[in-house]
Design a protein around this ligand. Sequence first.
Ligand SMILES: C[S@@+](CC[C@H](N)C(=O)[O-])C[C@H]1O[C@@H](n2cnc3c(N)ncnc32)[C@H](O)[C@@H]1O
Length: 452
Amino acid sequence: MERESVEPDKIDGALEMKALRRVIATYLNYASSAEDDVRRWERSYSRLPSRQKELLSHLPKKYAEVRRCISRNFHLISTMLRYFEPPFEMSDDEQQFEHVSDAGNEDVTTAGCKNHKKDHENANGWKDCRSETSVSNKRLAVENEGTKSAVEVQGSYEMDDFHFGSREMPNSTGGFHFEDNTDQHLHVRPSDVDKVRCVLRNIVRDWTKEGAGERDKCYSPLLQELQSWFPNIDPEARPSCLVPGAGLGRLALEISRLGFMCQGNEFSYYVLICSSFILNQTVEPDEFEMHPWIHSNCNKISDKDQLQSVRFPDVHPGSAGITEGFSMCAGDFLEVYGHESQTGAWDAVVTCFFIDTAHNVVDYIEVIHKVLKPGGVWINLGPLLYHFADAHEFSSHDEISIELSLEDVKKVAFSYGFELKKESTVQNTYTSCPTSMSQHLYYSSFWTMIKR
Ligand SMILES: C[S@@+](CC[C@H](N)C(=O)[O-])C[C@H]1O[C@@H](n2cnc3c(N)ncnc32)[C@H](O)[C@@H]1O
């Protein structure tokens, strides 16, 4: 049959492109899906009896404000997409492989990162880790016309009211040309909508002053522990540290600031588009502004809290004192670091809210053990909210999900040759809104193991 004659590499490439197109389509759909929500709120308001409408006469103004915030967020998203350079030529080639199953990309979740999960849409990743996103503060050339045409993709959302300082946009040879891909927002799955909103919340966690409290509870214990194992770093022989599932890159950047040769690894295009933008395109601290909490009316003490904007990044990555060699590696952790070239390559591995993203946590432990040098340190912090535990509710594919207790996770680690040096429980949150009436608290496991 014809499909059997298609080369595996081509199929992988086509699936990869399909996954990326889906992510871009979802980003482009941000404004219209948010607008749907506002219209729904307005419809409910319009059904109130006139006395109640009068009582709540401020609400139409609030909805207008929300629209302004959506517009600002969409401008940010459009800017990020413009700077994003896909790791391959974006063409329609993948259509010839429409029949090829993309089981790995099947959506299995609905709620975004409400519970720090659901980020595995890009199961194919950039397999060969070909994209090394190193930090720089370069600026690109202006193209305001291009910005305008991007707005028209979404129809009613105009963005030319918003400017990030004197930011210049990539010219027509750089970045992703989404004005040529206007069809992409037609195929957005409702279950993907929250993934973009989730990235906005992740920006707060990693790159805002408002997220400092959360970072202090999650990243500070890891950084202090890492420092205690490598107290006096010799600049001529810097230790190496790997951060799998690095998210938007703040933890990896902080480790680099301590003097480590640090590499973050991440496989979600949703996340990579944003982290690459923040790390590479920021010119000054607090350069960008967005409204992360506008999408829900629930658990808000005041409308002001809901409409509140945040500025980011709170530090300029390019002048944050990072160590040379800091990089972000795009690709699936198991595929990239399972490669034999990675055996015994790292002095330390730091995982934060990561190990429960596995289909099979035993595979993660095996690869973490393998990539460490003898005597190398693995520091972990996070809960065990297995991401694929409820996959059967959303996916027609029979996804493997190995869900072990903490005791069993440790037992497996010991069987691979890890020795437990320290263990405690740390209370923390994940992408929580500091002003919300609802705070989800994790009792995260925090441990240090060394490879014997
Ligand atoms: C819950 S988030 C935690 C992010 C970050 N460590 C933090 O604490 O904010 C888990 C991250 O791991 C990434 N991830 C999940 N599975 C992965 C894999 N197999 N390879 C690389 N990254 C992965 C997800 O895309 C997501 O960004």
